[in-house]
Design a protein around this ligand. Structure first.
Ligand code: SAH
Ligand code: SF4
Ligand code: F3S
Length: 477
């Protein structure tokens, strides 16, 4: 999930500081809310829930924090530099606060959960600290802050999924949307802060997910991405009605099928898959439905079994290879992307080479790549020494990035000369004369506008040229 924003919109915590936009006007008092989101798509999706809760209370939104009565920053803790970015941003809000002492500054999300009330001591301008499971309490916390009391709610919940809240789509192109299907994470990858900031894993009611997909489709959306830290462990048991047989549990494969059944015109994507949990049943479901996109984000983290064990990923190299083989067998055209961490505690040069050889084996379509960053409170921070020198981590990262660059180009070159079904998302970032959209495998495709087609429609595009991230071509129907 490195600086690869040109490659994917899903699961991309390199997105930063995005400001909400295109929000419908609030219905009452008209106090102005400004919200900025950092981190993964779960956070962006949560900001849409926060906006919904506050719009219901009469807030309006602004794209200019200098106009705001309330500034919220929805934060990420995944690596140290993610937190640093937020702290730097908070400094920039100081002058706004000095000009308008009534201004409320709130910190939401994972950093709020990690630091809790300590945040109030560390960053004096912060008035409100709210963890990811406490957003329903926001109106009340803002009231408190209005009365001059600093307010904190970082309670994690075993049940909260915000299933009944209809997210206000922010920065939306009106064509693709994210649907959160679960929250939290029960895996304990030793490097990872998420289980601490997001709490226990829980799955959202399957009916509310399908309903949300249906509503989006009826509003003109043509692509949904189902979001969770580990979607393959999705599990929902419908409540038993009195006098009736208990209903069967809905797993991820079944959920995918139900969402895909909303309409063959609705593309379905998902993120993130965990190598230990992804089943052949999910792969067969993907193969069966034309509208479930042939693309899987399957983070490997390391190609070496000893490092994977230290990371507590609960799979080893042969297991990961077996899953890739299953994907290639069942869905031959499937795009595969990954996450890699370089320089995890005690990683040797030979073990790093195994990550490179795994990359050579899979030839990922793209990858998010990171140098290991120790996070306070995680198992790795408690058990292992962060002993790979920073320069070595960075050098290994460069090697991984360079290799990925080659593989991305290789994958794109394989797409050239072929016809791709593309969902038009809008104008290309670079030119108003071009449209852009993604193919099935999630690669961005750019092609000249054809007046017969508009955003939200599918077209067939012949890919004629490529870079390592983008295909260029022309519509052929
Ligand atoms: N649930 C997803 C990952 C979410 S975090 C999964 O299990 O794959 C996104 C990515 O950030 C991880 O896959 C990992 O590559 C990276 N990451 C997480 N913690 C990190 C850390 N402490 N240092 C460096 N990278 C980290
Ligand atoms: Fe973190 Fe592992 Fe959970 Fe992913 S699966 S969020 S890496 S603990
Ligand atoms: Fe996401 Fe960052 Fe939290 S990656 S879950 S916002 S720590």
């Amino acid at each position: 999930m490195l600086e690869l924003d040109h490659i994917t919109k899903t699961h991309d915590e390199s997105r930063q500081g995005e400001v909400l936009d295109m929000l419908p006007t609030g219905k009452s008092q008209g106090r102005k809310l400004y919200i900025e989101s950092y981190g993964c798509q779960m956070n962006f999706s949560d900001s849409e829930i926060v906006a919904s809760i506050l719009l219901d209370k009469g807030f309006e939104t602004t794209k200019d924090y200098k106009q705001a009565d309330v500034i919220f920053i929805n934060t990420c803790s995944i690596r140290e530099n993610a937190e640093q970015r937020v702290r730097n941003r908070l400094k920039e809000f100081e002058s706004a606060k000095a000009k308008n002492p009534g201004l409320i500054v709130g910190v939401l999300g994972c950093m709020a959960e990690r630091l809790k009330a300590k945040f109030l001591e560390e960053e004096k301008l912060v008035d409100v600290v709210v963890g990811p499971d406490a957003y329903r309490d926001l109106p009340n916390l803002i009231d408190k802050a209005d009365d001059g009391t600093k307010a904190v709610n970082v309670l994690l919940s075993r049940e909260e999924t915000y299933a009944d809240i209809s997210p206000v789509r922010l920065n939306s192109n009106g064509i693709s949307a994210f649907i959160s299907i679960m929250r939290g994470c029960d895996n304990m990858c030793s490097f990872c802060v998420v289980p601490f900031t997001r709490g226990r894993e829980r799955s959202r009611d399957a009916y509310s997910i399908v309903q949300e997909a249906r509503d989006l489709f009826n509003k003109g959306y043509r692509e949904v991405t189902l979001l969770g830290q580990n979607v393959d462990s999705y599990k929902f048991t419908p409540a038993q009605q009195e006098g009736q047989e208990p209903k069967a549990t809905i797993n991820f494969a079944e959920l995918l099928a139900r969402v895909a059944d909303v309409s063959p015109e609705l593309r379905v994507r998902f993120s993130t898959s965990h190598p230990k949990d992804i089943t052949d049943e999910v792969l067969y479901t993907m193969a069966k439905y034309e509208n479930i996109c042939n693309y899987i984000h399957l983070p490997v983290q390391s190609g070496n079994s000893r490092v994977l064990e230290l990371m507590n990923r609960t799979y080893d190299r042969p297991w990961y290879i077996d899953r890739v083989e299953a994907i290639r067998r069942i869905i031959p055209e499937c795009g595969i992307s990954t996450d890699v961490i370089t320089g995890f505690c005690t990683e040797t040069e030979e073990e790093h080479q195994e990550t490179l050889s795994m990359m050579d084996y899979v030839k990922y379509d793209f990858a998010y790549m990171f140098a290991y960053s120790e996070r306070p409170g995680t198992l790795a921070a408690k058990r292992f020494e962060d002993d790979v020198p920073e320069l070595v981590k960075k050098r290994r990262l460069t090697e991984v990035v360079n290799k990925q660059q080659e593989h991305s180009l290789f994958r794109q070159q394989n797409f050239v000369g072929k016809v791709h079904k593309v969902l038009i998302e809008g104008f290309s970032k670079r030119s108003d004369l071009d449209y852009c959209g993604r193919n099935d495998q999630n690669t961005m495709v750019v092609f000249p506008i054809d007046a017969r087609f508009k955003p939200g429609e599918y077209v067939h595009v012949l890919a004629e040229r490529c870079t390592s991230a983008t295909l260029m071509g022309r519509i052929i129907d």
